[in-house]
Design a protein around this ligand. Sequence first.
Ligand SMILES: Cc1cc2nc3c(=O)[nH]c(=O)nc-3n(C[C@H](O)[C@H](O)[C@H](O)COP(=O)(O)OP(=O)(O)OC[C@H]3O[C@@H](n4cnc5c(N)ncnc54)[C@H](O)[C@@H]3O)c2cc1C
Length: 432
Amino acid sequence: MEVVQDEPKPRGGMSIEVLVIGAGPAALCLAAALAERGVQVQGLAPDDPAALWPNTYGIWGPEVDDLGLGHLLGHRWSDTRSYFGDGLSTAAVTHGIDYGLFDKTALQQHWWRICQAAGVTWERGRADAIEHNADGSIVITEAGERLQARLVIDASGHHSRFVKRPDEGPVAGQAAYGIVGRFSAPPVDPGQFVLMDYRSDHLSEAERRCGPATFLYAMDFGEGVFFVEETSLALAPAVPYEVLKDRLLRRLHHRGIEVETIEHEELCLFPMNLPLPDLQQRVVAFGGSASMVHPASGYMVGGLLRRAPALAAAVARGLQMQAMDGEQLSRLAWDSLWPLELQRKRALYCFGLEKLMRFSEPQLRAHFTTFFSLPQPDWYGFLTNTLTLSELVMAMVRLFVQAPWAVKFGLMGMQGRELQLGLRLVWPGAGR
Ligand SMILES: Cc1cc2nc3c(=O)[nH]c(=O)nc-3n(C[C@H](O)[C@H](O)[C@H](O)COP(=O)(O)OP(=O)(O)OC[C@H]3O[C@@H](n4cnc5c(N)ncnc54)[C@H](O)[C@@H]3O)c2cc1C
């Protein structure tokens, strides 16, 4: 709702250029990028922005190295592998690329220090409503405070109340149940990281036939501690935690492994193919609220780090143009966050995800075997969203050519919203 207001005063006479809603990775990443460009930023979140985040964030080693942030990893593995066969004796697919987990405190402090040095402060509170006028926007908190800024950026996560997006049907969720703990025997070899273990010989024939297909994501934390997580890549509705927990324990038991102590349980559920926000709206989004999760892998932190500088630079540029009204500033920001090329690539990823969600377990195994047999720059660039659109299309064509017929047939037939998503490769706005 666009409401015209007569000039409420910003708190304490402060001149806020950008108000960032949230204090998760997206909010801190963007606030830091804006602050580095001299923008006056204020944050708004119900909790202390320096309080530890609940999730663990993984990333490929070269991805974080290319950003110059390899030192922010808490763990790094060179023995990275997956299993796409169905039996225990199946051979591993080795990836030949490092994988890491962020040291959450270090990542948060990295952004937090930049914000603090630039004088960015966080107001404690929860945004309840947002009003707009020609000059800017006013965020009204649940406590009734009114915070005015020239631009509001919503980084309140996947379930934002303020970011409008079309309803395009069921949204697929990536769900996982994980345990950090000690086990009667090592779930993976020392120093090893397993991206996807799709072996399913611990399941009944009916479970294997009817799905859902789930995989183990596992790693050695050292000193006898391991992280094991049963994961469903994406499904609508999402696979319930009880099913994932049951499968994880059965998978371990089948290999003669029991859980001895649990240090931490991870319950993970987030949307993979949330529709793109309406790119004409006044409130700009970043992170989960801006549908920035990679629809084929579920990763986002690398994307935040790569995309925040361009958005921050566009906003800083727009703020310097006094003639630019609130509407134009938002448009400039949205255009820099979601340029047509990124929209097209996203359509392609969503199209691919739609296919994967229809695949049977044998088709999925065959698909991933082919995918990871592609040249490394193809599969790595696909997973990190660092290919150009034409490179991405070529990688997908190569995948199609190399795939066995069972996968080719699955890729060819158009069902549900696949045609619409395919059309968005050419016309990103198709059907929106
Ligand atoms: C368990 C788990 C594991 C994941 N693992 C990875 C991974 O390995 N790699 C990866 O890249 N991604 C991963 N993801 C996906 C994604 O990166 C995360 O969901 C990420 O936390 C989203 O970041 P965000 O900052 O957009 O939102 P959030 O982290 O959800 O932060 C939202 C912030 O907004 C605040 N907020 C909410 N509503 C309001 C309001 N009304 N007013 C003010 N503040 C508000 C919240 O308090 C919070 O501070 C994972 C997700 C989960 C759940």
